[in-house]
Every structure is written in C-alpha cells, then in structure tokens.
Design a protein around this ligand. Structure first.
Ligand code: 13P
Length: 254
C-alpha cells in the first residue's frame, strides 16, 4: 500500500500554445489558481514557449514547468532537436521522456527513452518516464508484460541515484485524447503493476514513488481518479489547454 502524498498536477500541452498563447493562458490561469503548498503544479509547454512561460510565471515559483522531449545526445548535428543541457537556462526543471506520441510518431524506442532519461538527469531535471499499453496489447492480456518491458529498459540504464529521482506516468494509449478514461480501478491496477515492477531496482523506493495517471483526465473525473489507490497525480493533455479547466483540475482536493 502506498503512503498518501501531495498530488502532482501536470499539464502536457503537446504541440499547442505558442509563446503568445502561453502568455495569454498564464494571465488567466494565475488569476484562477492561487498557490497551494499541498500540491505540485507543472506545465510542459512546447519547447519554443519555455521562455514565454518563464516570463509569464514571474513571481509564481509554485508554477513549475518542463520540457516535453529532448534528444538522446547532448550536442551535435541533429537539426531541429533540443538538448537537455539547454533546458535549465530557461528556468524549466522537469522533463518528459517516452510519451506514447513520441514512441508512435517519432519512433522513440525503449533504448532511446533510457538515454533521454540519462540526459535529463545529467542536466539536473526531474524526469517523468511515460509508460502505457495500446488497446491491442491490453486486449491480448499483455498489460503487465508491456509495462514491465518499458520500465525495465529504462531503469536498467540508470544508476541508483538517477532512479531515485524518477517520476512515472501511466498513460494507457487507448485513453489518450479519446475521451475514454481508464476507470479508477483500471488505473489502480496499472499503478500497482508499475509500483511492483520498481522493487528490486536499487535506488527505487516503490511506496514513495510518484506515479501519475494520464488519459482523458478532466475536471469531471479528476476527483475519482485522484482517489484511486496508488494514483499520485495526473498528466493532462486536452483539458489542460484551457486555463479555467486546468485551474479546476489543479484545485482538486484543495
Ligand atoms: P489527454 O488528456 O488529451 O487524453 O492526453 C493525455 C496525455 O497524453 C498527457 O500526456
């Protein structure tokens, strides 16, 4: 059984909200969401909007932010890519790796995800490892095997100190952007599997590990998802793009 902990509300804006929209979003969101010390709020804007986010959150250090993806290498001839080493100068402190859209659209493999996690850690960022199964895999009874493979590939490539800093996001691919949310029981089951898979890796502390749920989270279902055993927070796509909706989610349980 995991211990109760302060929830993490994370927003993944994906390829939405350029610098101007980021500034407008933040103007409204800052009015709608007062700082709370019993939760962590972190937004992952597109990389080009990181400086705009930093400027727009001035005076609100409670509004953390991070990068959605980085290259597996630190520097070099990789046109269009972003190095983790470049990120801290923006003020961002978190980073995603292994999102299913990266795996599907850009061919990120488990081995690449592991290297990206290393880059994020080397840059002093807090990495979020995203894992999750497709509908096909779920229906074939492979939920546990898929999560195990994704987690093992990532953790095997890290040192104990690095593992200790990881946050996890369980995002069933069939629930992303589909309006089809995992039931609280589904989420609890999958989070239990993730937590169990962490044991045995030096540096991991399964009862204290933070595991977020992602997939069609909205103001209407945030309460029941956060109440599910082992769900320590959420990673929200579509419903985080509107400042009122995101404020409603970040106010859950207050
Ligand atoms: P939606 O909330 O739009 O389903 O997206 C979830 C997600 O992929 C967050 O990373």
């Amino acid at each position: 059984m995991s211990e109760p902990r302060t929830p993490v509300f994370a927003a993944n804006w994906k390829m939405c909200h350029g610098p101007a929209e980021t500034a407008a979003f933040m103007e409204r969101f800052r009015e709608r969401h007062a700082p709370r010390d019993d939760a962590t709020v972190v937004v992952f804007p597109p990389a080009i909007s990181l400086p705009a986010f930093a400027e727009a959150r001035a005076g609100r250090p409670d509004l953390r932010f991070g990068v959605q993806d980085v290259h597996a290498e630190v520097e070099g001839a990789y046109t269009g890519a972003i190095s983790a080493a470049m990120v801290p100068a923006t003020g961002a402190t978190w980073g995603l790796a292994g999102h299913s859209e990266r795996r599907r659209e850009f061919g990120d493999t488990d081995a690449m995800v592991a290297r990206k996690l290393r880059r994020l850690l080397d840059a002093g960022l807090r990495p979020v490892l995203c894992v999750g199964e497709t509908l096909e895999e779920r229906e074939a009874g492979r939920l546990e095997a898929v999560l195990e493979t994704q987690i093992r590939a990532a953790l095997s490539a890290l040192h104990a100190e690095g593992r200790a800093r990881l946050v996890y996001a369980y995002e069933p691919v069939w629930a992303i952007g589909t309006g089809r949310t995992a039931s609280p029981a589904d989420a609890a089951e999958a989070h239990g599997i993730v937590r169990a898979r962490l044991s045995g890796f030096e540096g991991c502390d399964p009862p204290r590990s933070v595991i977020l749920y992602g997939g069609s989270v909205k103001p209407a279902n945030i309460g029941q998802l956060l109440a599910a055993p082992g769900v320590d927070g959420v990673l929200v796509g579509g419903a985080s793009l509107d400042p009122d909706s995101w404020a409603a989610i970040c106010g859950a349980g207050a």
